[in-house]
Structure formats: C-alpha cells, structure tokens
Design a protein around this ligand. Structure first.
Ligand code: RRO
Length: 315
C-alpha cells in the first residue's frame, strides 16, 4: 500500500501535505505549464491586498549564499481583480486555494476576510502579518503579540466559520512562541511558520546596496534550520495547533524534516524559482521517503522528533 498522504488543514482535508509558499507562484497560473496544480495539497497565493500595487522598485531580488533576498513590496492585482480572474482560474483547474492576505490596518485585513468569505471555493486564509501597521508607527504586526492578535481576531470574526484561518509568523522576533500563543488565543486555526528573515546585501563594486529597497526577505536553504527551530518551539508549546511549515525546503527529505519538527503541511517556495516543478517532485520524494521507512500515514510522523525527548534519549 502506498503511504496515506492525507493531511488536515484545520477543519479541511488535503490530499497531501505539499503546498506552494506564498509569493513564489503568484496565483498558480505560472506553474500550470510545469505541474498539475490540482495534484499538490494546495496553492497558497501571493498575499492579496485591497488595492492593486506595483510593489517596490527594481532590483528587488538578489541571490545570496544558500538563498535569496526579495523586496517585492506586495506587488499584486488587488482583491477585485483577484476575485474576478485568479480565484476562478484556480478553481477551474481543480486546485485547492489558500488565499494569503495582507493589509496595513486591522480594518483592511477584516475587509479582505469578508470579501473572501463572500466568494466560493476558498480552502483557507493565510494571514500575512509581516506587514507594517500604519496605525502603530509602522511596526510589523507579526512582531507584537497584541497587534498580531488584533489582526487575527478581526479576520476570524469576518471569515466564514468553515474556512480555517492560519496566521503566518515572522522569525524576526525574540520569542516566536508568544506571538503564536497570541494568534491562537485570538482565534487562529493554525500557524504558518516561517516568513523570510530581514536581510541585506551590498555590492562591493558599486559600494551600494544591491536591492533598491535596501533590505529584503532572506529565503532558501540558508534559513531551513531557523524554520525547523521555530516549528519545533511552537509545536512543543502548542502541540495541537496545525502548522504549515516553510523555509528552504528543496527535497522530500527536507519536507520530512519540517514534518518531524511538527509541521503537518509543508510549503515550497524558493525551490520553485530554479525548479518550477519542485512541488510535484518534492511530493514524489516525500512519498518515497515514507514508503522506504514503511510509514503508513504521513500524519504519524508529524512532530515525531519530539518523541525523542519523551523517550528520555535527550536532556
Ligand atoms: O512582497 C514582499 O516583498 C514580501 C512579503 Br509581502 C512577505 O511576506 N515576505 C517576503 O519575503 N516578501
């Protein structure tokens, strides 16, 4: 028997745990020439805002050792065009659609949630709280437990009861568990861990910052140990809260590492840029990893690395 890859995204069941990571496959259309978008667990869209946005000036991507920096600046079509064009396309292809939303006020997040709740076919909402809060001196929502909780409470209140709400957290905090707890207390059905880390690169020939936006989000294999640590810490503190793990997953083995840390789903992001069929390949590789180990269900391995401590094999 092949391993059972079904997994739960809150109240919703997905056929397998491999998702795209927000921002790395737009709304899924670009991937359709490489993979069958209905075969992976879900497409997680680029964060949608209320209004269309051009994003930051270029250059806004840069390669780094073991990863890349981006400062896209929330480029996107806005919710109206998304609902008219992108969501229907995803549904017409049989894909499950997890919609990432971003706002600069609590009210904007709530309005986006309400607009999505009126639309059919939304599998879940991922709330990207790694945006500056214009009502709070531009401090990033995800870096403050009160601000983070306020967004999640507002989104949960405006989202249909049967649509799970996941909060996507930033690793750029002293204590990610306190932010996770605040989001869950505010009604998050699950957590997405982790967004990129703030980084910067300087061109030593021009002696100027590489990115026009100066700083950017670091992603790729360089950050995988940080993702594993964050997933581990949150899963240890909140073992019953579903986690979508992401951060530098390039192979099925990498996906398994995040699962063992406590993720029940794994998003693939930066890998897509050099291998557009990475999600399908990683799904196949994960299946092979489980089959080789004789694992019947992927759900058995979610957080399994924590059992090492319980068995007393580690302090
Ligand atoms: O658009 C971006 O520049 C961006 C976003 Br919203 C995010 O959440 N993470 C990231 O690395 N880039």
């Amino acid at each position: 028997m092949p391993p059972d890859l079904r997994t739960r995204l809150g109240s919703v069941e997905l056929p397998n745990p491999i998702l795209t990571a927000s921002g790395c496959a737009s709304s899924g259309r670009e991937l359709a020439q490489f993979i069958d978008v209905s075969r992976i667990g879900a497409i997680v869209t680029k964060s949608v805002m209320l209004a269309p946005r051009a994003g930051r000036p270029t250059p806004r991507m840069a390669e780094t050792a073991g990863g890349m920096l981006n400062s896209i600046g929330l480029q996107g079509p806005g919710i109206d065009a998304f609902l008219q064009r992108d969501l229907p396309w995803l549904l017409s292809r049989g894909a499950r659609a997890v919609i990432s939303i971003a706002g600069s006020t609590v009210g904007e997040f709530a309005e986006l949630a309400a607009r999505l709740s009126d639309a059919a076919g939304v599998t879940a909402i991922e709330v990207n709280i790694s945006c500056p809060n214009v009502e709070h001196r531009g401090q990033v929502f995800a870096c403050d437990p009160v601000d983070a909780g306020a967004v999640i409470e507002a989104v949960r209140a405006r989202t249909r009861y049967d649509v799970p709400v996941f909060a996507k957290l930033s690793p750029d905090v002293t204590d990610i568990v306190s932010i996770a707890r605040a989001c869950v207390a505010a009604g998050a059905d699950g957590l997405s861990l982790i967004n990129t880390l703030l980084g910067m690169a300087i061109d030593t020939d021009t002696m100027r910052p590489v990115l026009a936006g100066l700083t950017g989000g670091l992603s790729g294999p360089a950050i995988r140990p940080i993702a594993v640590r964050c997933i581990w810490q949150v899963s240890e503190a909140l073992p019953n809260v579903p986690i979508i793990g992401m951060g530098g997953v390039l192979t099925g083995r990498d996906a398994l590492e995040l699962i063992l840390a406590g993720a029940s789903m794994v998003s693939v992001g930066t890998a897509i840029f050099h291998d557009p069929s990475a999600c399908a390949r990683i799904l196949r590789e994960l299946d092979e990893e489980l089959a080789r180990r004789g694992t019947e269900r992927v759900s058995e391995l979610v957080g399994a690395a924590h059992d090492v401590r319980a068995a007393g094999r580690r302090p």
